[in-house]
Design a protein around this ligand. Structure first.
Ligand SMILES: [Zn+2]
Length: 413
């Protein structure tokens, strides 16, 4: 079934941005053999973009095909640049609550609790109680993940000591709401979750409805920005799991329509992500006219892919060998589209130990360690995310890897 009405504003006019018949259902799954990788589950990608609010969605998405469980690994925290980004977000969150009073936190889609633990390590005295929900949580339900220095009743606050953090293996459902209701939340946090949700309006309303009677509670969301993707021709940022991609205007529209007030949307992480802040209480401000979105017509995956294939084929004809750096969703998608039969790209480097030695879905490209580059001896390394380019360049220089480095959306603009 193809969904033509905009899931955010309901408008009927939309533009087809990208279409692919068979993409992997779960991007972060890696496989222990190339054969298993090549027979992974696939689905259809049909990215449409609302002409009215600028929201983009996979019109062919089937939510029943994806079940997030403890095997899901989307850990992204291995890069120093990414860790800096996380700390900046933590500082921005606490800056929204002036003074030193500890705040109670609910995180929806908390993964393995890494962000909550990082919040505690960076500013533990600012955390009263915190609860994280995630269907992929691998510990026991309700398990504590804090550093054990909890103060007893929330009143005898002792500066320098962090509060209690508990994790629950569930989505933000009715039971999660009843757990959340016990902690009187000052803030609700959800990073890189809403792009996986096919009914984003229901998601925003459920969070607000599930945490009743707290008009001052703040919501913080982080999610990719469709405007950045289109502006940069980043076809590698479209994949099955990301069925809902906002831009600043559609995010503001969605938050206000879901009943939130005091909405502010900015871009962070080299403008790749949206950072949205809102209050649970509605304000008097009327939603403004959505800003015109970057025209989607300018975007042609086929043109961009052909350019890359021509470039890589020319290097190989001259005796070259090409590897990608980054086996996250971007690198996997790039390899699967640019090199569907596995002849162009020799391997994909990744810092995540859980991916090294494994193979990516559909094409079966191998994921290797940075050290493996000495044996592979590539002539060209294509870096997937421009944000990480400086640290990767430095690492390659320090290890005397004499390859030419190119960065998507940096060297090519
Ligand atoms: Zn719309």
């Amino acid at each position: 079934m193809i969904r033509l009405n905009c899931p955010v504003c309901g408008a009927r006019n939309s533009t087809l941005v990208d279409q692919r018949a068979a993409v992997p259902i779960l991007m972060h799954n890696v496989f222990s053999s190339a054969e298993a990788a090549r027979s992974c589950k696939t689905g259809e990608l049909t990215v449409r973009r609302c002409d009215s609010c600028g929201f983009a969605w996979n019109a062919a998405f089937d939510p029943d095909r994806i079940v997030y469980g403890p095997g899901y690994d989307n850990a992204q925290g291995y890069s120093p640049q990414f860790q800096t980004h996380l700390d900046q977000r933590i500082d921005a969150i606490f800056a929204a609550f002036p003074g030193e009073k500890p705040v109670n936190i609910i995180e929806v889609g908390a993964g393995q609790g890494d962000f909550l633990k990082r919040m505690q390590a960076r500013a533990g005295h600012r955390i009263g109680r915190a609860v994280g929900f995630d269907p992929a949580w691998r510990g026991s339900d309700g398990e504590r993940i804090d550093d054990g220095k909890s103060f007893d009743d929330g009143k005898s606050f002792d500066k320098g000591k962090g509060g209690e953090i508990r994790m629950y293996r569930r989505i933000f459902d009715g039971e999660a709401a009843s757990i959340a209701a016990e902690i009187d939340a000052d803030l609700v946090l959800s990073r890189h979750v809403i792009e996986h949700v096919s009914e984003p309006m229901d998601f925003l309303r459920a969070i607000r409805a599930g945490i009743v009677g707290r008009p001052a509670t703040r919501l913080f969301l982080e999610t990719p920005d469709i405007d950045w993707i289109i502006r940069n021709g980043a076809f590698e940022d479209f994949f099955y799991e990301h069925c809902s991609i906002f831009n600043p205007a559609s995010m503001a529209t969605a938050l206000r329509a879901a009943g939130y007030g005091d909405v502010a949307v900015t871009t962070v992480f080299g403008d790749q992500y949206l950072w949205a802040m809102a209050r649970f209480a509605k304000d008097d401000a009327q939603p403004g006219e959505p800003k015109p979105a970057t025209p989607a017509e300018a975007f042609s995956t086929q043109t961009l892919v052909s350019e890359w294939q021509g470039r890589i084929d020319a290097w190989r004809e001259a005796g070259g060998k090409v590897v990608l750096w980054g086996a996250g969703a971007k690198g996997m998608t790039f390899a699967q589209i640019v090199d569907p039969t596995g002849g162009r790209i020799a391997a994909i480097v990744d810092m995540n130990p859980g991916k090294q030695g494994k193979f990516i879905g559909v094409t079966g490209h191998a994921v290797v360690t940075p050290e493996a580059l000495h044996a592979i001896a590539p002539t060209h390394i294509v870096i997937m995310n421009p944000v990480y380019a400086p640290e990767i360049r430095a690492m390659l220089a320090a290890n005397a890897i004499p390859a030419s480095l190119l960065t998507l959306h940096e060297d090519l603009t």
